[in-house]
Design a protein around this ligand. Structure first.
Ligand SMILES: [Zn+2]
Length: 586
């Protein structure tokens, strides 16, 4: 996508009220000048999500989420920037100029693949309703799928011939290589033409989170094998990065605060049709990191539904650790022998399925029960080896400690010896934890005085100019803060009198760190009573902190100079240290 001009974005922001837009998604309650709600981006019982009509921003004191109205729509709808702008432009009645698509091969190829998948889905849907679709249509009816569901999930039928779809596309002048790149056709051998990948199969479009079709799954209608075939990975489809059904269920997952994870397409479709709408399928054996990150945007609680025969497998047990590691609260539900969610819901209905989901066991208990059942209590070593890695991945030390205690009790061994064993598992865990928190923006530490000062600077031009007079740009340690101060300088010096924080955020479009800094700064202003005193304090603080930082650095260099007997350097350093001490008194 080409850049959308800033004037257009400003016009959209001018016409929209963040309170009105956000109220369309969640219920807001007025408190003083602001509006409050339970945060839609994390689970909470007391509202810490605040929308400010004056500033045209939102901020959550609980999870740190925040931004302007565009950022809200992006996050809530999982849209990218141009998509959110498009939605809001339509809503505000602003015409988006026809911005040019990127000429880069990547994006035009993707656009072409999305387009051809749409065409394919429609072709398959039409052929399901056509003459050749009678048998598959009857089959789907028999499996309990209503016509409404067929339409919603865009289920179709790929006819039996070798070239039906390819010929259809040829007649429409769709280039053969696009079909091949989309994985819809397979190149023929020895100069023979390409042929359709999906033949005589029920087709299930696989949607991405935003509801665009990225691939297809095809199922036979009898017992022939393979039962399912899937599109290969393409420029727009990576297997481990899609959760089947998430585009339909994400709203409900967010509302109910938890997700039900099943295995196949039908395991999503049938329960969904019966009203279990917070359901997704991993469509593979184990969940991937990518799938979990996607899910975590909506909830951190999930119930995994296993078939009875799958339940005891070591591989599926170990696959669950990745969820724990990612801070998911994971429980396991087991279906009776021979049932999967599809068949179970058809036979027993929604409520029985819900009962099974509600009775799900925590991962710790589930795993331990299975291990004891399988090997008996005699294989203590084996059980401990399976359990400790899981326990070590639990984020909370309190819960970990509780698990160790309970494990010791169940196995009749000393807790101390478990703790000793745990020590051997631990390094792996702490390493992973540390590397993860590095990339977590929420945990980013800004210097509090800098953030506070930033809030004051946004407040108005006289405050800003005072800061500009008192502090040099390089005295701000944080790169993002410096960037914003510089931007404010441009705006104020360019004659701007008031800064609309919502618009300021839109100028920081892709810089997440800078946006976080602005949101935190504005949140600080909410609790600032005496603005002038705060300004004095912050300036004083930043000066002092810089002096201290410099002193620290000089002292460590002094130590090095002493060790290497570098007298000239020592004298120089001492003079500078003395100067800083004098400054401090002054
Ligand atoms: Zn939150």
């Amino acid at each position: 996508m080409g850049r959308i001009p800033q004037e257009v974005i400003d016009r959209i922001l001018d016409r929209l009220d963040i309170v009105e837009v956000v109220s369309g998604y969640i219920q807001l309650k007025k408190t003083g000048r602001n509006f409050k709600a339970n945060c839609p981006f994390h689970n909470e019982k007391t509202p810490s999500f605040v929308v400010s009509p004056d500033k045209q921003i939102y901020h959550c004191f609980g999870c740190g989420a925040g931004g302007n109205v565009i950022n809200f729509v992006m996050k809530y709808e999982s849209m990218d920037f141009p998509e959110a702008v498009e939605v809001l432009a339509a809503r505000s009645g602003v015409d988006l100029p026809k911005y040019k698509k990127n000429t880069g091969e990547g994006s035009s190829l993707s656009a072409g693949l999305y387009e051809i998948n749409k065409i394919a889905a429609l072709f398959y849907q039409n052929s399901l309703r056509g003459e050749k679709g009678k048998k598959p249509f009857e089959y789907l009816k028999k499996r309990g799928i209503d016509t409404g569901t067929l339409d919603e999930f865009r289920i179709g039928y790929a006819p039996a011939g070798w070239e039906t779809f390819r010929k259809y596309c040829e007649a429409k002048n769709i280039p053969a290589d696009v079909l091949r790149k989309a994985g819809l056709t397979v190149p023929g051998e020895k100069g023979r033409g390409d042929y359709d990948r999906f033949r005589n199969r029920i087709t299930f479009p696989i949607f991405n989170e935003r509801g665009h079709i990225v691939a297809f799954g095809g199922r036979v209608m009898d017992d022939s094998l393979p039962k399912y075939i899937n599109s290969p990975e393409t420029a727009i489809y990576t297997k481990g990065n899609v959760l089947y059904g998430l585009n339909f269920s994400r709203k409900s997952i967010r509302e109910t605060g938890s997700a039900v994870i099943v295995e196949g397409y039908m395991d999503v479709i049938i329960p969904f049709q019966r009203g279990i709408t917070n359901i997704v399928a991993a469509s593979g054996t184990a969940l991937t990191q990518g799938q979990i990150s996607m899910l975590r945007k909506y909830t951190n609680t999930a119930v995994m539904v296993f078939d009875a025969d799958k339940a005891g497998e070591s591989a599926s047990l170990r696959g669950l650790d990745i969820l724990v590691e990612n801070g998911m609260d994971i429980r396991i539900a087991t279906l009776p022998e021979g049932e999967d969610p599809d068949s179970f819901v058809r036979k027993n209905g929604k409520e029985s399925f819900e009962n099974i989901v509600n009775a799900a066991k925590g991962l710790f208990d589930y795993k331990l029960d299975i291990l004891i059942e399988r090997s008996g209590i005699r294989d203590i070593g084996g059980i401990v080896d399976e359990m400790l890695p899981t326990i070590s991945k639990v984020g909370s030390a309190v819960i970990q400690s509780d698990y160790l205690k309970r494990l010791a009790e169940r196995l009749g061994i000393h807790e101390a010896s478990l703790r000793y064993e745990m020590g051997k598992v631990r390094p792996d865990y702490s390493y992973r934890y540390a590397s993860e928190s590095n990339v977590d923006r929420k945990s980013r530490n800004y210097r509090s005085s800098e953030i506070h000062l930033l809030g004051l600077a946004i407040l108005g031009r006289d405050k800003f100019f005072r800061i500009q007079d008192e502090l040099r740009l390089d005295m701000f340690r944080d790169r993002s803060v410096r960037k914003i101060i510089r931007l404010l300088g441009d705006l104020f010096n360019g004659g701007e009198k008031d800064i609309n924080p919502g618009k300021l955020l839109s100028r920081l479009e892709k810089d997440e760190d800078a946006k976080t800094a602005v949101v935190q700064a504005l949140a600080k202003m909410e609790i600032t009573q005496d603005v002038d005193k705060a300004l004095d304090d912050c300036i004083f603080c930043i000066r002092r902190e810089n002096r201290e930082d410099e002193l620290k650095e000089l002292t460590s260099r002094l130590k090095e100079a002493q060790q290497s007997n570098n007298n000239t350097e020592m004298r120089e350093l001492l003079t500078r240290i003395n100067m800083i001490h004098k400054e401090k008194v002054a």
